[in-house]
Write a protein that binds this ligand. Structure first.
Ligand code: FE
Length: 195
């Protein structure tokens, strides 16, 4: 039986090895060398920027749960780290998410499926949300802005694997694919931002 999204998230948040990047940092400091993640082997590439699109609103609420307002959507938990270009986790980085709903529409008058948070002390972020529907011209995607304090804002988009429309969306970039695992009550998508 598949674990629940909550279980998968708890595993992500409670793993004694907080992050592969921490291990990498320890190795750099001369402690026991451990295998780095693929992203960190040669120094990570900064996460690719993409267009903001027409539906960003700066006045979203600070929250992690966006799904409560979209009860008909297929549940999805998104999570990951924000790390710097030396693979070090970035605490208190801003992560802002906005997306279409289960019908492919954005809420442009209110704040449904919009929210921001700050990474925790280990550089982790997570949202409970829904799978966005595609809309004309676009495959399924999430919009995000990520900002370390005092640094430029990264604006980009995240994609889902195995979507038929990915290959027909000119903006789609496989470097921005979430790593998705199925859960008993939806799915769990992981993406680590390098800023
Ligand atoms: Fe969009």
């Amino acid at each position: 039986m598949l674990p629940s999204r909550r279980h998968v998230l708890a595993g992500f948040l409670s793993a004694p090895v907080l992050s592969p990047y921490l291990l990498s940092a320890q190795a750099q400091e001369g402690r026991a060398p451990l295998p780095p993640t693929p992203e960190c082997r040669d120094g990570p590439e900064p996460t690719r920027a993409q267009t903001e699109g027409p539906y960003f609103k700066s006045d979203a609420p600070q929250r992690r749960d966006l799904a409560a307002e979209a009860p008909r959507g297929e549940r999805m938990t998104l999570a990951g780290f924000v790390v710097d270009r030396a693979c070090r986790p970035v605490p208190r980085a801003l992560v802002h998410l906005w997306q279409a709903d289960e019908a492919g529409a954005y809420d442009n008058s209110g704040s449904k499926l919009r929210g921001y948070q700050y990474t925790d002390e280990a550089g982790r972020w997570w949202f409970t949300t829904i799978v966005p529907a595609p809309y004309p011209g676009r495959t399924r995607h999430f919009h995000v802005k990520v900002q370390r304090s005092g640094s430029r804002v990264l604006t980009t988009q995240l994609y889902l694997p195995n979507e038929a429309l990915n290959s027909r969306d000119g903006l789609f970039d496989e470097r921005l694919l979430l790593r998705v695992t199925r859960a008993a009550d939806g799915s769990f998508g992981r993406f680590d931002f390098v800023v």
